[in-house]
Ligand binder design. Structure first.
Ligand SMILES: *[C@@H]1O[C@H](CO)[C@@H](O)[C@H](O)[C@H]1NC(C)=O
Ligand SMILES: *[C@@H]1O[C@H](CO)[C@@H](O)[C@H](O)[C@H]1NC(C)=O
Ligand SMILES: *[C@@H]1O[C@H](CO)[C@@H](O)[C@H](O)[C@H]1NC(C)=O
Length: 440
């Protein structure tokens, strides 16, 4: 009898625990469509409830209808929710427009939600959604649909407190911080929301990714991340150096940092205060820069982001151990700051703090202790998102904005610079892929 009680108790606990979570999967890139189906069935066998497929290139726009029926059929056969990003050539009067859509198929193969956007932000027949598109699954979770750039372009209010998101659809941001592999974990952390994306699975303050090199599977809490664990972006990228030409920079004083020292770096009226202390026994070869940025960054074809950034950026293979790094600044906008932590080794939650000052939520501090292999540590603060016409339209008397636009548009090196960034970006993609493979 007692045993039965225990068994029933165990089952109940198990049931309760099970009902608090769901399983999400991501099929990684570089596969042909005809390779998808076996992985979708494999996902089902590992208990995946919802699976995000790799984005398909624009070239498939002609096959939209075909693909929709293929994925519908596969979702029905496997009995899983499938999210995918497709391009669609939509008729518009006598012509066609290319539309980007995120589609979710339910277990019956029916379309549970569609989130559409004109490809280049301008279209005559496709109105972009102004509200967050959501759907509620049969396992009781409400998901928001997002495309990569939405994380950077929209403010917190847009996401309406939803705690679970599927994200499909690539975006090539010229701003390194804003590329999914870098920004998604920070966004997920700040929102404390689950983000199941083609770039990986992030679960707020409890980041986790597991699986083989084709399929990443994670068990997620239905209420978003938990506070117990934290794995921030640990994907090193040395792209920052290109941008540093736009920043105000001070080299890290290696000598002083072995004792611990403070340095303030200001760009226009925005100041970053750094405290850096390296651990004993370092060979003092660290080559780090302390940098501040206050201006406009080209975020996408049609948007620019006014940003305030503090960053300590280092050389690639630094073995320097930092006993403490603290970065603090007073930002213009409230609740729009994201931590940047990129290192080759994972940073446990207890070594990381991202806080706002009491009674002054614009004063934000990032503090890390005992970190090594650090590439970038800092705070990305979003001020506002500026529409295209800001650049080409009449000038605004906001001197910062004008100044930076001037720098970006009239700098003759700009094209070369972007080409360079794109080349480096491809390298990053490879590096990240290798990193993901190593995580497995
Ligand atoms: C959209 O409208 C503009 C002006 O109204 C026109 O010049 C353009 O050809 C239209 N594009 C399509 C795809 O219909
Ligand atoms: C932020 O503001 C507080 C209060 O006004 C001030 O004491 C502090 O020095 C400022 N910090 C920076 C980095 O400017
Ligand atoms: C100029 O900036 C102000 C305040 O930021 C804004 O309200 C206004 O719409 C801007 N003007 C233009 C032409 O963009």
């Amino acid at each position: 009898m007692k045993l039965l009680g225990i068994v029933i108790g165990f089952l109940c606990v198990n049931f309760l625990v099970a009902s608090e979570t769901y399983k999400a999967g991501v099929l990684l890139q570089n596969k042909e469509i005809n390779e998808f189906t076996p992985f979708i069935h494999q996902a089902k066998q590992t208990g995946v409830d919802i699976l995000v497929l790799p984005s398909l290139p624009t070239g498939y726009a002609d096959k939209y209808d075909e693909l929709v029926s293929l994925f519908s059929k596969t979702a029905r056969q496997a009995g899983v929710y499938i999210a995918v990003h497709l391009y669609e050539k939509a008729r518009c009067g006598m012509a066609y427009e290319t539309v980007r859509s995120n589609l979710v198929f339910d277990r019956n193969g029916d379309i549970a939600a569609v989130y559409r956007k004109p490809q280049n932000g301008i279209a005559n027949c496709t109105a972009p959604h102004s509200d967050l598109v959501t759907f509620t699954s049969d396992f009781g979770v409400t998901f928001g649909l997002v495309m990569e750039e939405d994380l950077a372009l929209y403010d917190e209010e847009h996401f309406k407190g939803v705690r679970n998101f599927v994200m499909a659809g690539e975006w090539e941001s010229e701003v390194v911080f804003l590329n999914a592999a870098n920004f998604a974990p920070s966004w997920s952390y700040i929102m404390n929301a689950n983000l199941v994306s083609t770039a990986g699975i992030y679960s707020g303050k409890a980041g986790l990714q597991t699986g083989d090199d084709n399929l990443i599977v994670a068990e997620l809490s239905k209420n978003g991340g938990s506070d117990s664990q934290m794995v921030l972006s640990t994907k090193p990228s040395n792209l920052l150096h290109e941008y540093l030409s736009q920043y105000v920079i001070r080299p890290l004083d290696v000598e002083a940092s072995s004792r611990g020292y403070k340095e303030t770096v200001c760009h226009r009226r925005f100041c970053c205060e750094f405290y850096v202390k390296t651990a004993l026994g370092n060979n003092n070869e660290a080559s780090y820069k302390l940098a501040a940025f206050n201006g406009v960054l080209p975020a996408s074809d049609h948007h620019n982001i006014a940003a305030e950034i503090c960053i300590m950026s280092g050389s690639e293979n630094s073995n320097t151990v930092f006993e403490r790094i603290s970065v603090t600044a007073n930002f213009t906008k409230q609740n729009a700051q994201f931590p940047i932590v990129q290192s080759a080794t994972v940073l446990p939650a207890e070594n990381f703090k991202f806080t706002k000052a009491n009674g002054n939520s614009q004063q934000v501090t990032l503090e890390t202790v005992n970190v090594k292999n650090v590439q970038n540590v800092g705070i990305f603060g979003k001020d506002s998102v500026l529409e295209d016409n800001y650049i080409y339209g009449e000038k605004n008397n906001t001197e910062t904005v004008e100044h930076d636009i001037y720098e970006y548009i009239f700098n003759e090196d700009v094209q070369e610079f972007f080409d360079y960034v794109w080349i480096r970006l491809r390298i990053l993609i490879v590096v990240v892929s290798i990193y993901i493979l190593e995580m497995m």
